[in-house]
Design a protein around this ligand. Structure first.
Ligand code: PEP
Length: 254
């Protein structure tokens, strides 16, 4: 049985005081929702105050990125041990990092390895761009991203994968539940080829891309989909709570 997960990626939004306000608005209610992993991923500078606010609650903290070196002359970067003190999870290889900041599969795999080495659970993002989707290259692209991102990783303990078609991120054009389920099934089968059936059975794979309170049920009802990585809607307390609540309720009746 895979515990569902809803992770909120706040991206480059919220000042420290806005992050504190958002946590105060949603976390008391979020804390009460059971049978689901609830993750919030604020910007780096808010991780310390947010970690204090959610201490002792059932809410997990995630970072949005890391650098793969442990320490040293890497101005502006944040290392895995720095995050491991504060966070349980870290988003790696988000399409915005791949496309705006030139992250390659090789860099992503180094980051996944470094995160695992520091005891962090990576939320590894993969997904095809619109031109690949339209040309029917989804399978080719996601399997290549999967194998390059996991190259050299023998034991992906705690790994979570987020399938995020790039054309669905922040566009309001979500995939359908069936489309996402089909590609996530394919990702699960590809992972089984890289690892064992046992590892793959327990591997959580989330959908991400314009998830809202209005469409979350469509995804969660699908057998392969274990939750969602939520961008824009995770910045609205009532909407994020509704997404988490619906996920918990749907999974309980399964
Ligand atoms: C994301 O940032 O991973 C994401 C899926 O964003 P949105 O929900 O806004 O499409």
């Amino acid at each position: 049985m895979r515990i569902p997960m809803i992770a909120g990626n706040w991206k480059m939004n919220t000042t420290v005081s806005e992050a504190i306000k958002l946590v105060n608005e949603m976390c008391p209610e979020l804390d009460k929702i059971n049978n689901i992993d609830k993750v919030i991923c604020p910007p780096f500078i808010s991780l310390v105050p947010v970690s204090e606010l959610i201490k002792g609650s059932s809410i997990k903290l995630g970072a949005q990125n890391l650098y793969f070196e442990e320490k040293g002359a890497y101005t502006g970067e944040i290392s895995p041990p720095m995050l491991a003190d504060l966070c349980e999870l870290v988003i790696i290889g988000h399409s915005e990092r791949r496309h705006y900041f030139g992250e390659t599969g090789e860099m992503v795999s180094k980051k996944v390895l470094a995160a695992l080495g520091a005891g962090l659970k990576p939320i590894l993002c993969i997904g095809e761009r619109l031109d690949d989707y339209e040309a029917g290259r989804t399978e080719e692209v996601v399997t290549e991203q999967l194998s390059s991102s996991l190259a050299g990783i023998a034991h992906p303990d705690g790994l979570v994968i987020a399938y995020e078609p790039v054309w669905a991120i922040g566009t309001g054009r979500a995939a359908t539940g069936e489309q996402a389920n089909e590609t996530i099934g394919l990702i699960r089968r590809s992972t089984a080829k890289l690892y064992s059936d046992e590892i793959t059975r327990d591997l959580r794979i989330l959908y991400g891309g314009s998830v809202t309170a209005d469409n979350i049920a469509e995804f969660i009802q699908q057998p392969e989909i274990d939750g969602a990585l939520v961008g824009g809607a995770s910045l609205k307390a009532a909407e994020f709570l509704s997404i988490v609540r619906q996920t918990s309720e749907i999974r309980q009746v399964r």
